[in-house]
Ligand binder design. Sequence first.
Ligand SMILES: Nc1nc2c(c(=O)[nH]1)N[C@H]1C(S)=C(S)[C@@H](COP(=O)(O)OP(=O)(O)OC[C@H]3O[C@@H](n4cnc5c(=O)[nH]c(N)nc54)[C@H](O)[C@@H]3O)O[C@H]1N2
Ligand SMILES: Nc1nc2c(c(=O)[nH]1)N[C@H]1C(S)=C(S)[C@@H](COP(=O)(O)OP(=O)(O)OC[C@H]3O[C@@H](n4cnc5c(=O)[nH]c(N)nc54)[C@H](O)[C@@H]3O)O[C@H]1N2
Ligand SMILES: [Mo]
Length: 779
Amino acid sequence: MGARAHPTSAHWGHYQVVVDEGRVVDVRPNPDDPAPAPIMNNVPAAQHHKTRVARPTVRRRWLDHGPGPDPRRGDPEDEYVEVEWEKALDLLAQELDRVRTEHGNQAIYGGSYGWGSAGRVHHAQTLVHRFLNSIGGYTRSRTTYSHGAIETLFPRILGAPSVPRLLHRAPTWKQIQEHTELLVTFGGLRLSNTWNASGGRAAQTAGPAMREASDAGVQYVSLSPLRDDIPEHVKAGWVPVRPGTDAAVMLALMYVLFTEGLADTGFLDRCTEGSDVVRSYVLGDRDERGYGPGLARTPEWAERVSGVPADELRSLARQMAEKRTLVNVGWSVQRARYGEQPLWAGVALASCLGQIGLPGAGFACGYGSVGTYGGGSTPLGLPRMPQGENPVSEFIPVTGISDALLNPGGLYEYDGQERRYPDLRLVYWAGGNPFHHHQDLKRLTRAFGRADTIVVNETHWTASARHADIVLPATSSLERDDIATSQGDLSVRVMARAVEPHGQARDEYDTFAALAERLGAGERFTEGRTSGEWMRHIYEQWRATTARNGFEVVPFDTFRAEGGVEMPGRVDDEALLAEFRADPEGNALQTPSGRIELFSSTIDSFGLEDCPGHPVWLAGPAVADREGEYPLVLVANQPSGRLHGQQDMGAHSMSQKVRGRAPLRLGPADAAAYGVADGDVVRLSSAQGSCLAGVVVSDAVSEGVVQLSTGAWYDPSSTEADCVHGNPNALTADVGTSALSQGCTGQLLRVRLERFAGPEDRLPPVRAFDPPVGVTPVG
Ligand SMILES: Nc1nc2c(c(=O)[nH]1)N[C@H]1C(S)=C(S)[C@@H](COP(=O)(O)OP(=O)(O)OC[C@H]3O[C@@H](n4cnc5c(=O)[nH]c(N)nc54)[C@H](O)[C@@H]3O)O[C@H]1N2
Ligand SMILES: Nc1nc2c(c(=O)[nH]1)N[C@H]1C(S)=C(S)[C@@H](COP(=O)(O)OP(=O)(O)OC[C@H]3O[C@@H](n4cnc5c(=O)[nH]c(N)nc54)[C@H](O)[C@@H]3O)O[C@H]1N2
Ligand SMILES: [Mo]
């Protein structure tokens, strides 16, 4: 049999894998895709890599001594033992039963954050939640690393439905092309980010859409520390801004609007609450708390803070008032300490322009963050596996994992509540990699050391798997039948199995069914269906919903035979908040005032130091301090070479590495000042830790800034640095955006850089891609 191409789907799009003699040997873009994502080139090497988990595996010390805190968890020399499936399932079922009996179900943490892989049936998050619900529930997590501040702040200032609307139903690129004159984007429009969307997308449409809008005359202004945060094929003005200072820029833009009579007072009066407070603050008549006079937020003041020339700010504000303007705040901008402020200031700025609710204008947050944003919406919903009900009400903010494990019973604030961390004993992770995503990984290692038992289902031996006591091998999405689609997608597609499972890897559906059976919940978990039967079931349920709404789609067997169906009922002409603008009383927002809250008496009443009652300027810990101990600002953004930490050993990801390490970009002036050049290895240090990385000099990086994207597999195997591979979360601080949202702040931090001196043979090797001690790879 010769090589055959199989269509498949991933978060990075719809594409084909070429299979020869049971192995993935190549990938091909889908012929219909106008701009395929190069990330797919990681797939062949990752699919059969030696770091695939091939058998159920138990950590030797846990096997010998039983459950309990163990500071050795994550020790690179720790030994693992491969066991039979039946034994692993028995051990795990016993341990789950012990924990729920001795401590109650809330002692099981099943927040299990992460992207896993695409596919609606074999969705690891959904399945682990469904399983834990079937056995009595678990402590869950709230919000996301992506946009925790958006999810918490916006319900307060724009009303609860604003979050799904803002995240999924923004003005489309088509509308932008038709109506928008000026798109001002804080955090750029990073093309490589649009390659991914949770669940994928039939075709990569965002990049081409940006170009078409540019060709049609839409003017773009990108405020960002990196020039290439906006694609070259878009004609854009680049305004380098110091990271973490966007709120200052926005306040100064408002200063110009207020003082030059350009603010739309009609809109502010009709549609917003508290614009007088914001105005007094901006003009310097009042400080953050309203205790007395403050500082005028003039363009000159903002220039000192942000590095953006005052004249440019004045002229930008005037243009924004004159033109049909859309203000975009990228998710990155809120993924930092005080991340609520640039969001809220962005809403205030767009309110002053008075264009919210007009087609192609107003406020948005997410263009350039994921590929589906601006691509229309799918209001009829998608086929979906039900998670069941969680009988446990306990939750933690998703970023609270280390805090909870290190400080059970400890007090913390969140969204106006004073809460206590639960006493977590067992942590079950499926479809995520906390040693990719969380901040301050040394602290996370200490936290994992405090649990009785850590369980990880994985396709690969990630750093998280290497901190676990029980590791169960999961099939990859190429090894199972599934349905692919996402919010805003263009179609619903069949993902057919392309290769046999690796080693003894199993579909998680079957793993959880077997565990549920042992725990007396088999029927509750499966409802008598196999995963294949669920695939048909959720498709047919969805088909019934679309039919009720007047859209006929083909039955499951036809869908399967034809490989997919076009998405019914797509909407791509919505203006955000148009109804509200038309009739602010009749279509009041779900806020206390019914209007956009530029001042929130609710948030004000929380009395938070780090999030007062209206947008303010607060200088975060990552704001540049060139004279200090950590003089450079590190931007830990999303990697262009892969999705997060997934398939870091793949060809596209590896092609970017420098001497096997993550590429660290810095500008020519900084490179000269530090005496480093392309190909050098450097050590970066922060107050939290250190890592090695390889230098790439680029004039796309503004002065004082270095860029080290996330996703290099954490490698603590040497004493030369906390991570020898270049994972920026070895350096980040584990602190929330504010006591309001407790969002992720991993995007920005301050660092020191030194050339890694010493002979080549002192350079510690990267061991991240060696399987752990005791594990025999299946190749
Ligand atoms: N410093 C810093 N840190 C950040 C960010 C930042 O900007 N700066 N960004 C944050 C953001 S926005 C996010 S969303 C997070 C992302 O963090 P994660 O979503 O946790 O990262 P991934 O690497 O995508 O982890 C998914 C894991 O699922 C595994 N997997 C794939 N398919 C399956 C499957 O079928 N079953 C199972 N069980 N596992 C599977 C993959 O091997 C992979 O290890 O990172 C956050 N961390
Ligand atoms: N290729 C690829 N695409 C992805 C992902 C991936 O891992 N790889 N992850 C996906 C996920 S889960 C998410 S949540 C989205 C995230 O989407 P975003 O959060 O929008 O993406 P980032 O790459 O983290 O940040 C975008 C840019 O913001 C700029 N920036 C950082 N700090 C500041 C600041 O303070 N001010 C200004 N003005 N700009 C700043 C940086 O230069 C950075 O390149 O991306 C998604 N897309
Ligand atoms: Mo994310």
